[in-house]
Design a protein around this ligand. Structure first.
Ligand SMILES: NC(=O)CC[C@H](N)C(=O)O
Length: 228
């Protein structure tokens, strides 16, 4: 029986269209891998779109401080409520990670959606000119199976860092190994998941690799049957 899943990308600012294209590519890849799945992809601009028919939400990269300007008239409260429903799956990339972090190291921690027990710091590698690409080490077995190996490409653009993982219920999915970035003394978590919320400091939607978007679609599909 075909699994139908409806996912959205918050389309108020930033790199949302790249996620839409990556989701379309990921759906085709899943079908080639014999998954009987149909994905409806929405651009989310209004609070009322955060309803029970939506199964997954991506909060894209961009400028978190600009996105917050759109969080009035109950939008932030609805984002908080919807992302905490256990039968939904949310993924924040870069600025989306910042908005979903429970703690921020400096910076304006007002108007946070929260939900993930990490402490992040904005622009932690420096300015745009310090943006970089690096191979990453996948730690999660489902991601390794989807990717077909234990590495993926990380594209970091004015990226935040996960300064600390603040709860044992946060699973580290992916590392930037110390060997692959000159500023790193230790392996650094760059993607984590806490129950139904995943965050990454880098931009899979720009890499051409669909393993993260396939993982997101499958997680949103599985959670449809969970108790909210
Ligand atoms: N690529 C990005 O999403 C950059 C994030 C941005 N520097 C912020 O602090 O919100």
């Amino acid at each position: 029986m075909t699994t139908k899943v409806k996912v959205g990308v918050l389309a108020i600012q930033g790199a949302f269209i790249e996620h839409v294209h990556s989701l379309q590519k990921a759906e085709n890849t899943l079908k080639l891998k014999k998954h009987d799945i149909e994905v409806q992809i929405m651009e989310i601009r209004t609070s009322d779109q955060l309803n029970d028919n939506l199964n997954g939400l991506i909060i894209p990269g961009g400028e978190s401080t600009v996105m917050k300007r759109h969080f009035e008239n109950g939008f932030l409260e609805n984002l908080k409520d919807w992302t905490r429903l256990k039968n939904k799956f949310t993924w924040g990339t870069c600025a989306g990670l910042i908005l979903l972090s429970n703690q921020m190291d400096g910076g304006n921690s007002e108007l946070q959606i929260g939900g993930v027990d990490i402490t992040c710091s904005r622009n932690a590698y420096g300015r745009q000119i310090n943006s970089f690409e690096s191979p990453l080490h996948l730690l999660d077995s489902q991601l390794q199976n989807i990717a077909g190996n234990n590495t993926c490409l990380g594209i970091f653009i004015r990226a935040p860092k996960i300064k600390s993982v603040d709860s044992q219920s946060v699973n580290v999915l992916c590392h930037l190994s110390a060997a692959s970035h000159e500023n790193n003394a230790v392996d650094e978590p760059v993607a984590v998941c806490q129950e139904n919320i995943m965050v990454s400091t880098f931009h899979p939607e720009l890499s051409g690799d669909t393993c993260w978007h396939e993982y997101f679609i499958l997680q949103a599909a599985v959670r449809k049957s969970f108790q909210a």
